[in-house]
Design a protein around this ligand. Structure first.
Ligand code: FAD
Length: 443
């Protein structure tokens, strides 16, 4: 007889995981603390409540999030099935009727005989096969427990996210590679600014529209991680003496030290992504694109992630997790959802899918699976579990995370993205066959 699985958190990830386990005949105890204990953002006692936007973002294969949806559909995702049922007109995006979505998610999970829902807060890590999917607003008792189990330095309570730029979109006739004082190799890409360009950037940052701060997010401004606009507000030259300081750098074009330098640090081992050092911000996404594209070298920058700052409990997954979503510390403990540093409803649900699938395989005495790195799911999982990553920050699905197409394919833009999507869906086939081997009945 197979052992049962405990899931902590009845959000997008926890529900998807529970469903995948039930489809494979595994008994589940699903713990959800609402309504006994609430969070700062949820307003109902429904499972899989959408706390903010009712949009699951693009549904087009030209985006990695659109591809992730298609992969999830093919893999038998409950979240996608119910989202498609409650789809609202929203152009190329998948937006849903949030009431209907959460109602049907709750009904599907509640009517599943293999899932027992327990409305309790979990404050200890359960023994036996367990998936923790308690989300960005994990209760403080459980967060404390996670901190004690994994170590103080591996649990974060907020995001201070700097934008990430696709390396191929940086104009290297203006930017140059170098490290300050030539220390180390040429790890950084540097965008040099003269005084006029620097002052224009500061003025733009100050004037740009910002996302309002919610009451419960007011605690997030730590001195070590101030938003760029807050630094700019403190004085005209604060940035030039801070993250944009030019010391130790000479622009090969002029042979002189620039007035200020925007530095971009390598973010993946293929050197295809670079993050803008110190550019965590609450500027709105359109304003970030407008303002940052005025920086010399970034005029055509393709942003694979934009900056933000908000309350978010997440773990340093590259150091704690295997690509199967099992923890290194305990093979029978899996993590899923936004807690592992994926960001967004569908990304969280997809991590729930993988944790549910692998917990089922472990319960049945099988081997956990790793999705192909060429898929949207696989690229996301690889990003958050790659042990070499430094200074981990949460990420959305995006094509910047994908391995390059075979040499010879010199495609760009839409054509390239569609080629990545068709490679992903072809590679998903074999994974899907293996993943579905234990499915006992149609979802
Ligand atoms: C304020 C805010 C706004 C957001 N807006 C968006 C948005 O517009 N679009 C988007 O894509 N993403 C948004 N997100 C991110 C969004 O929360 C995630 O994408 C998604 O909900 C994460 O899914 P999850 O299953 O990991 O967590 P959740 O959906 O939050 O589910 C976790 C569940 O665990 C429960 N729980 C927590 N601690 C315990 C415990 N100790 N015991 C038992 N149960 C517990 C919670 O009550 C919750 O139901 C937002 C997040 C926040 C905080």
């Amino acid at each position: 007889m197979s052992q049962g699985v405990t899931i902590v958190g009845g959000g997008l990830a926890g529900c998807e995981a529970a469903w995948q386990l039930a489809r494979r005949g595994i008994e589940v105890d699903l713990f959800e603390m609402r309504p006994v204990r609430g969070t700062e953002a949820h307003t109902t006692d429904r499972l899989a409540e959408l706390v903010c936007s009712n949009s699951f973002r693009s549904a087009e294969l030209t985006t990695a999030i659109g591809l992730l949806k298609e992969e999830m559909r093919r893999l038998g995702s409950l979240v996608l099935e119910i989202a498609d049922r409650h789809r609202l007109p929203a152009g190329g995006s998948l937006a849903v009727d949030r009431e209907g979505f959460a109602r049907d998610m709750s009904a599907a999970i509640e009517s599943e005989p293999g899932i027992r829902i327990r409305r309790e807060e979990v404050a200890e890590l359960p023994d036996g096969l367990t998936i923790v999917a308690s989300g960005p607003l994990t209760s403080s008792a459980l967060a404390e427990r996670l901190r004690a189990f994994f170590g103080q330095e591996y649990l974060y309570f907020y995001d201070a996210i700097a934008p990430i730029v696709a390396a191929e979109s940086i104009d290297m006739t203006k930017a140059f590679r170098a490290s300050r004082y030539g220390k180390g190799s040429d790890d950084y890409i540097n965008c040099p600014l003269d005084r006029e360009q620097y002052e224009a950037l500061v003025a733009d940052v100050l004037a740009a529209e910002k996302v309002p701060t919610r009451e419960f997010e007011r605690c997030v401004h730590f001195e070590g991680c101030l938003p760029i606009e807050e630094m700019a507000r403190r004085g005209r030259d604060t940035l030039a003496f801070g993250p944009l300081k030019p010391v130790g750098l000479v622009d090969p074009e002029t042979g002189r030290r620039p007035y200020a330098v925007v530095q971009l640090r390598q973010d993946d081992h293929r050197a295809s992504l670079f993050n803008m050092v110190g550019f965590q911000t609450k500027m709105t996404y359109p304003e970030q694109r407008r303002v940052f594209r005025r920086i010399p070298g970034l005029e055509n920058a393709e942003f694979v992630r934009l900056g933000s700052l908000h309350r978010n409990t997440f773990l340093d997954s590259p150091r704690l997790l295997r690509p199967t979503l099992q923890t290194h510390a305990r093979r029978d403990l899996l993590l899923a959802g936004q807690l592992i540093g994926v960001e967004g409803y569908i990304e969280s649900a997809s991590a729930g899918y993988l944790a549910g699938l692998n917990a089922a395989r472990l319960a049945l005495g099988g081997t956990p699976l790793v999705p192909p790195g060429t898929t949207s799911l696989g690229s996301l999982v690889r990003y958050v579990t790659e042990g070499t990553r430094r200074e981990f920050q949460p990420i959305n699905a995006n094509y910047g995370l994908f391995p390059p197409l075979a040499t010879g394919a010199r495609l760009r833009g839409r054509e390239k993205r569609l080629a990545l999507a068709s490679r992903a869906l072809a590679d998903l086939d074999a994974f899907q066959r293996e993943a579905d081997a234990d499915v006992r009945r149609a979802a």
